[in-house]
Design a protein around this ligand. Structure first.
Ligand code: ADP
Ligand code: ADP
Ligand code: ZN
Length: 212
């Protein structure tokens, strides 16, 4: 099972990627999570990525591609993976093609989660994340059992630093400009599947699962 999950920020990529990874016993590879961990730990990668992330801009292709190459070649990704948040530009997609070719494997599908902009904005305002284990919640659509506390690990939930309205608007613009062209890229390769993401989490999940 080798899948790319695409869609604008807030579409539900992370939410679906976690469920799919569990259902198919393959790792979720989320570049946003990898970068946030690096920023938190203050590693050289984190120091490079921090400013871009805070401004809602993409981290340079060559920085992110090296990390993905290494991650995909780790043992646990041998039988498959769910890529969440990568590729985000055409050069990244071309690099991914090269990496997979080196590995002698192919993608099974690129799932594009479609959600209108208005709905995205209200998803961000309710998003809460666990800095400890990476679990994601929504105050209305996917609340934790106990307010402000992670169901999985008991961590204190927080609002992501880049989820303020100004940065969110910018991230959606960056998506439109830099990531949306990937839709045609993968359509041409006959890998693209569009999914209506403007429905409850379980419904979206069942549709994706049924498809795979
Ligand atoms: P969201 O899930 O809201 O789309 P992510 O957690 O995937 O956000 O990404 C957060 C930030 O990390 C992005 O705004 C960007 O700065 C950086 N980032 C994540 N993935 C990539 C990537 N593939 N290329 C460049 N930057 C990335
Ligand atoms: P992405 O990784 O694409 O940025 P997330 O998975 O983090 O998106 O989801 C963004 C926010 O919307 C989270 O608060 C999440 O709980 C919520 N969410 C995800 N999928 C849905 C859905 N189908 N309906 C309503 N809210 C959702
Ligand atoms: Zn947690």
């Amino acid at each position: 099972m080798r899948i790319v999950l695409m869609g604008p920020p807030g579409a539900g990529k992370g939410t679906q990627a976690k469920k799919l990874a569990e259902a198919f016993s393959v790792p979720q590879i989320a570049t946003g999570d990898i970068l946030r961990a690096a920023v938190q730990q203050g590693t050289p990668l984190g120091k490079k990525a921090k400013e871009y992330m805070e401004q809602g801009l993409l981290v340079p292709d060559e920085v992110i591609t090296g990390i993905v190459r290494e991650r995909l070649k780790a043992n646990d990704a041998e039988k498959g993976f769910i890529l969440d948040g990568f590729p985000r530009t055409i050069p990244q997609a071309e690099s991914l093609d090269k990496i997979l070719e080196e590995m002698g494997v192919k993608l099974d599908a690129v799932i594009n989660i479609v959600v209108p902009r208005d709905e995205l904005i209200q998803r961000f305002t309710g998003r809460r994340v666990c800095p400890n284990c990476g679990a994601t919640y929504h105050v209305k659509h996917n609340p934790p059992k106990q307010e402000g506390i992670c169901d999985k690990c008991g961590g204190q939930l927080i609002v992501r630093a880049d989820d303020d309205i100004k940065t969110v608007e910018k991230r959606i613009d960056v998506y439109e400009r830099e990531t949306k062209p990937l839709i045609d890229y993968y359509k041409d390769k006959e890998l693209l599947v569009n999914i209506d993401g403007n429905r409850p989490i379980e419904e979206v999940f069942e549709e994706i699962k049924g498809l795979l």
